[in-house]
Design a protein around this ligand. Structure first.
Ligand code: ATP
Ligand code: MG
Ligand code: MG
Ligand code: MG
Length: 475
């Protein structure tokens, strides 16, 4: 079953259960300053959960474009290292706004997976929030999942890949206990079941999270009860496609096959020769072109702050991986065409913006290709000395050669060393302070000499006055 068919089957199933099919919202959230990028299907319904907004329906289903490359849910560092993480992915979801709750959510999920997608029940594991006896009973008694495949999990803030069965959109916003469904890819893959010490592998892959939305967490950390208990679910389309297409890695599913081939071709033509077709770097490139293209479609352009900087970091990380494979001239922007061919039916906005996206990424790429060779030489020099890379080198790479620190860290990780990020951030802070002071000084000078009646009261005094004009600061 191809990804497009899986998406349709999901939406149609929930439509048959009385859900309204709603279009994906943009990856750039409309008016939510707490959020860098849309990170889950529920984002566009946040105010409905909170009771501030009302819709004509109480049940909805979506396939949502998501980006997890910053903020609370950040998977940028996982891409290229796990079989299941992307920076951009599609989240299939069903939502109940004060309508059905735990019983129906769990029953629907099970019916869809085992009857419609025909997944063998014995390959499915579930987790529940440790205190959630109700969810446990529904899984065990109503659905019939044996106790040995139901795991209770608390707010696990421990290991990197550990489950955490209390879902939060961010540090603030709707949240609640959840129950997750895992698929066992079999003993050929390393990794233990959910909740076990060996879970840091990719054998048992989380495919679906069902969140029982019950609270709104405010900045002070207080959990306020929502007006009505609700349901918010999210299933990664790519992860489900991997299961249904009998492959282990998301990167082997139909939507990635052509994209990976296009990436190889573009890298080869740019100097890669005949690069390794199964290199993790090609996966990183294929992943990143999706995130970069969809963010540009929604109006972001590469820059030095906020969303623009996230975009720049992803783009440059991809370019560096191409460089690693031998590319010496721009190649990345050429993949936009292949992506539009692959995903343009599902997301026509991509096809409409194809030329603009290509141009924006090409410009960014041309810019980075001017400095990447020298930057890489410096980094290689530092690595050749053995040991970890110091913060001063990382800062120089950032400041002069346009290497975002996570790019430097990515190279270091490949070599089994780390970069001193603490020192890097210290230097960055110092630079910002200098820029701030210089900004104030400029304003001080300007004020001192422009107003005819101004008497010079000294630097301190003027700084005080002008410090209200924050817009001049560079950060
Ligand atoms: P994981 O533990 O594997 O990182 P998660 O618990 O962070 O996943 P949720 O926040 O529960 O993920 O999101 C709901 C679903 O979205 C997941 O069950 C998974 O199928 C999918 N998903 C989450 N993150 C990614 C990602 N980076 N790439 C692809 N799919 C993802
Ligand atoms: Mg995660
Ligand atoms: Mg998880
Ligand atoms: Mg989860």
């Amino acid at each position: 079953m191809k990804a497009a068919e899986i998406r349709q089957t999901f939406l149609k199933f929930f439509e048959s259960k009385g859900h309204q099919i709603v279009a994906s919202s943009p990856v750039v959230p409309g008016d939510d300053p707490t959020l860098l990028f849309t990170n889950a299907g529920m984002n566009q319904f946040k105010d409905v959960f909170l009771g501030f907004d009302k819709r004509a329906y109480t049940r909805a289903t979506t396939s949502q474009k998501c980006i997890r490359a910053g903020g609370k849910h950040n998977d940028l560092d996982n891409v290229g290292y796990t079989a299941r993480h992307h920076t951009f992915f599609e989240m299939l979801g069903n939502f109940s706004f004060g309508d059905y709750f735990k019983h129906d959510a769990i029953s629907y999920a099970w019916e869809l997976l085992t009857v419609h997608f025909k997944l063998p029940a014995e390959k499915l594991w579930v987790t529940v929030y440790e205190e959630d006896d109700e969810a446990y009973e529904i899984w065990n008694k109503t659905v019939g999942v044996p106790a040995e495949r139901i795991v209770r999990i608390g707010d696990n803030k421990g290991a990197r890949y550990m489950s955490d069965n209390f879902w939060m959109m961010g540090d603030t916003g709707p949240c609640g206990p959840c129950t997750e469904i895992f698929y066992d890819h079999g003993p050929d893959v390393a990794g233990g079941p959910p909740g076990s010490a060996e879970q840091d592998g990719d054998r048992y892959i989380e495919i679906w999270n069902n969140v029982f939305m019950q609270f709104n967490r405010t900045e002070d950390g207080v959990m306020h009860k929502l007006p009505k208990p609700s349901v918010d679910t999210g299933m990664g389309l790519e992860r489900l496609a991997a299961v249904l297409q009998h492959v282990h890695s998301n990167y082997e599913i139909d939507t990635f096959v052509n994209l990976l081939a296009a990436a190889k071709k573009a890298v080869d033509e740019a100097g890669g020769g005949d690069c390794d077709a199964i290199s993790p770097s090609l996966k990183v490139i294929a992943d990143h072109i999706r995130a970069c293209s969809f963010t540009v479609v929604d109006g972001v352009i590469p820059g030095n702050a906020g969303r623009g900087y996230v975009l720049r970091r992803i783009a440059r990380r991809a370019i560096r991986h191409g460089y690693k494979l031998g590319a010496r001239t721009p190649f990345f922007h050429k993949l936009v065409h292949a992506l539009a061919a692959e995903m343009g039916d599902a997301y026509p906005e991509l096809r409409q913006a194809e030329k603009r996206v290509t141009d924006v990424l090409k410009q960014e790429e041309e810019r980075f290709f001017q400095t990447i060779a020298t930057g890489m030489e410096i980094l290689e020099g530092a690595l050749a000395q053995g040991g970890n890379v110091d913060g001063d080198t990382a800062f120089k790479l950032h400041d002069t050669y346009g290497f975002p620190v996570d790019l430097t860290a990515d190279v270091c990780r490949e070599r089994g060393v780390t970069v001193d990020e603490a020192r890097f951030h210290e230097l960055l802070e110092e630079q910002k302070n200098r820029a701030r002071a210089a900004g104030k000084f400029k304003m001080a000078q300007g004020l001192a000499y422009s107003g005819a009646a101004t008497t010079f009261h000294g630097y301190e005094h003027l700084v005080c006055e002008t410090s209200k004009v924050t817009a001049i600061y560079i950060d």
